[in-house]
Design a protein around this ligand. Structure first.
Ligand code: FAD
Length: 317
């Protein structure tokens, strides 16, 4: 089932959680346990992240340094399909521009269609560690707008080989990312909103936001989107803090603010268990308020941890 239909048919807020594919060298056992831990609360769909190749420099025993490309978490498509079939819950694999040519993207979308996967989240991805700014692949999509346009072309049966005869349309429900506190590269909020509107006008079905910790920020973002003519559902992203260092790490990585009250609570934490308690309580408080205000769905960032997510959904749903 398509996420947009799930949301539109729901009588109240639903929820999804975001999972990372297992690290290379592991099987899916831990991931399945995470899902089993949460199924009784009826997640309506599950997001699966994608991780591009990274460049690594490795020192050999003779002192020489070799450069190598590694993908630490391969297998998004396979694990997404395995989850959808094992648990009967629709999955939303994340599709990136970064690291992929348009041709590779087309092949991934063909595979997803064969596997019965109807949903995707279309994302640009970030530059690699050695890139100052994001660099698309040669013949790759340069931003999420281009990726959405490619997906919509396929939705109309238009493949990269334009002489393909009797080609079937590949019809996906497409989510895109939005940034209540602005994407870190955008010169200002107005331009960021314009770029978001372009993705929506190109055919995105719904928006999922970057994490935020102050609901007023989300409500203001939704208001600005509506004033700008963006009418599609805007799904809030909730990150339950579970480590002491996330007080400083999250704002740095995601260009987001931690409200004073939460920051003060976390600053007092001596252990990660203390931080997880504060973070979970905050996420419950945020989630209850979002549900009370009819958010279409909650997108919970798990980073592989499910105990805190379980506490949240138990308290909220
Ligand atoms: P875009 O929409 O392309 O925007 C990127 C930047 O370019 C913005 O600053 C925008 O304002 C600007 N821009 C867009 N169009 C134009 C234009 N025409 N001219 C000039 N500037 C323009 N990353 C991963 O690697 N894997 C994941 O699985 C993953 N999952 C995510 C899930 C969610 C819910 C979110 C919110 C983010 C996720 N990310 C993931 C991170 C995401 O890839 C990064 O935030 C990335 O930097 C931007 O992606 P985007 O799709 O928002 O890019």
């Amino acid at each position: 089932m398509k996420v947009i239909d799930i949301i539109n048919n729901a009588k109240r807020t639903v929820f999804s959680f975001e999972l990372l594919p297992p690290l290379k060298g592991n099987d899916a056992g831990k991931l399945y346990q995470t899902i089993e831990n949460l199924t009784e609360y009826d997640p309506k769909y599950i997001n699966i992240t994608t991780h591009r190749d990274e460049l690594e420099f490795k020192e050999l025993s003779d002192g020489t340094i070799v450069k190598r490309t590694v993908r630490k978490r391969p297998g998004t498509v396979a694990i997404a399909a395995a989850i959808q079939y094992k648990f009967g819950i629709p999955v939303v694999p994340h599709i990136l521009c970064g690291g992929f040519t348009k041709s590779e993207t087309e092949h991934v979308l063909i595979d997803l269609n064969f596997l019965g996967i109807k949903n995707v989240l279309a994302l640009r991805g970030d530059g690699t560690k050695n890139q100052h700014v994001f660099q698309p692949e040669k013949n790759g999509n340069a931003n999420a707008l281009e990726l959405v346009l490619q997906m919509k072309d396929l939705g109309a049966g238009k493949y990269l080989e334009d002489d393909l005869k009797n080609s079937l349309p590949l019809d996906f429900c497409i989510g895109v990312a939005g940034y209540p506190e602005k994407h870190f590269e955008a010169p200002n909020k107005a331009l960021d909103l314009l770029h978001l509107k372009q993705k929506v006008d190109a055919g995105a079905d719904y928006i999922v936001t970057q994490m935020f910790f102050d609901n007023a920020v989300y409500y203001d973002f939704v208001k600005k989107c509506r004033e700008f003519g963006i009418t599609i559902p805007i799904i809030p992203g909730i990150k339950p803090i579970n480590l002491v260092n996330q007080l400083t790490v999250l704002p740095k990585i995601f260009s987001i603010d931690i409200p004073d009250e939460l920051a003060a609570g976390l600053a007092k934490c001596k252990t990660n268990a203390d931080a997880a308690r504060v973070g979970t309580e905050w996420a419950i408080y945020q989630s209850k308020d979002l549900v009370a205000n009819n958010a279409p769905s909650l997108h919970i960032y798990t980073y592989g941890v499910s105990d805190n997510v379980k506490e949240i959904v138990k308290a909220v749903f």
